[in-house]
Design a binder for this molecule. Structure first.
Ligand code: HEM
Length: 198
């Protein structure tokens, strides 16, 4: 996040060329749809529904699936828990490394995620996974410049954070506005209906 000028341009270009090609984005879309449909069907909307909390957890699941290619339930839950602690620590007051405080817990979680990602880079180099992490690790044996191991880990943590909390926030604001304006809901339904018919 704190990169500037050439350093920023070069690393952003590598991420763009490797992870955000048309084919890759199409495969992320497939994974996005599957994760969202499964989760939304499991939502219990008959009792009190904490919209922002549920959307945030869903977006984190999407990020773990698309960005890391992790589907296994226990692994997903553990990653979800650690990433949530990192996010909480970013806004924690005070930002002191005192055992037990949210900031300290977030730093521990960041260490966990850093080790988790770093330990998988070698295996992913020769893998065929379409997830974003694997795409950044794959060694294409070309002259193309690659990110260092540390840079891959940093880019992954940044991307997961940049993508999931912003989108959860957008979706919960959108939900609130749609709930307040029945006529907008009708317009959105009509538009979706037209898209389905296309
Ligand atoms: C509604 C959702 C989103 C909002 C409101 C949002 C907002 C922003 C803003 C304001 C910045 C600029 C921050 C700055 O330069 O100080 C930014 C940067 C960035 N966002 Fe998003 N974002 C959203 C979704 C996403 C998603 C889904 C992804 C990834 C798939 C993403 C990846 C990034 C990246 C990589 C940067 C850094 C760009 C750079 O400096 O090179 N964002 N976002």
């Amino acid at each position: 996040m704190l990169q500037d000028f050439d350093e920023h341009r070069v690393s952003r270009q590598i991420v763009q060329r490797r992870a955000f090609t048309r084919n890759n984005v199409e495969s992320y879309l497939f994974s996005l749809r599957t994760t969202v449909e499964t989760q939304v069907n499991e939502w219990n909307t008959t009792s009190h529904f904490a919209c922002y909390k549920e959307l945030k957890s869903l977006m984190l699941k999407v990020a773990i699936s698309i960005f890391l290619g992790v589907q296994e339930k226990d692994e997903c839950s553990r990653l979800n828990e650690e990433l949530t602690c990192i996010l909480k620590s970013a806004l924690a007051i005070p930002q002191w490394q005192i055992p037990g405080l949210p900031f300290w817990r977030g730093m521990k979680s960041r260490e966990f995620i850093q080790k988790y990602l770093a330990s998988q880079i070698e295996n992913r180099r020769n893998s065929v996974g379409t997830d974003l992490f694997t795409q950044l690790c794959i060694d294409c044996n070309t002259q193309e410049v690659m990110l260092s191991r540390e840079a891959i880990v940093d880019q992954m943590i940044f991307l997961i954070m940049a993508a999931h909390d912003t989108t959860a926030s957008l979706l919960s604001s959108l939900t609130m506005k749609l709930a307040e304006h029945q006529e907008w809901q009708n317009l959105v339904r009509a538009e979706l209906g037209e898209l389905r018919n296309d």
